[in-house]
Design a protein around this ligand. Sequence first.
Ligand SMILES: [Zn+2]
Length: 165
Amino acid sequence: MSNAAAFSGGYVANLGPSEEGYLMPAVDEEGGFFWEGTLAGELRIQACNSCGKLRHPPRPMCPSCRSTDRGWKQVTGKGTIWSFVVPHPPLLEPYSSLAPYNVIVVTLDEHPTIRFVGNLVSGPEGELNEIDPNSIRIGEPVEVVFKRFRRADGSEEALPFWVRA
Ligand SMILES: [Zn+2]
């Protein structure tokens, strides 16, 4: 099943975890453009068609001008580590066996009010726990990469991760 087919009916679909048991996004009509973008290797941010402001995560109404006329804009995926934490068990399986690992908050350089929560890895095939959390510094430049996962139903998702720029 393609992702486009999954959310074209206006309902939330693809709720299953990846084959490895990792949590996967609930791809719905509102955020479908975002997940189509990650599969295409693009970071797409929702944009207001009325006032032009960007917002993330995707939602129906612009918090600035209350317009519901919306589209999206592709951004470069260059950002800066704004903060980070190091989770320790108890955690959901399969994450507990990977702890300690990093969870970073990234601000986009082009739009610093847009923040992503993700993981710093060495590349698109990187594991959550491969970067020593003690080496991470707030303010480090990073850029997005996309790591692909397959769900049990065979559908594929690509999730944004971050590497040092
Ligand atoms: Zn607006």
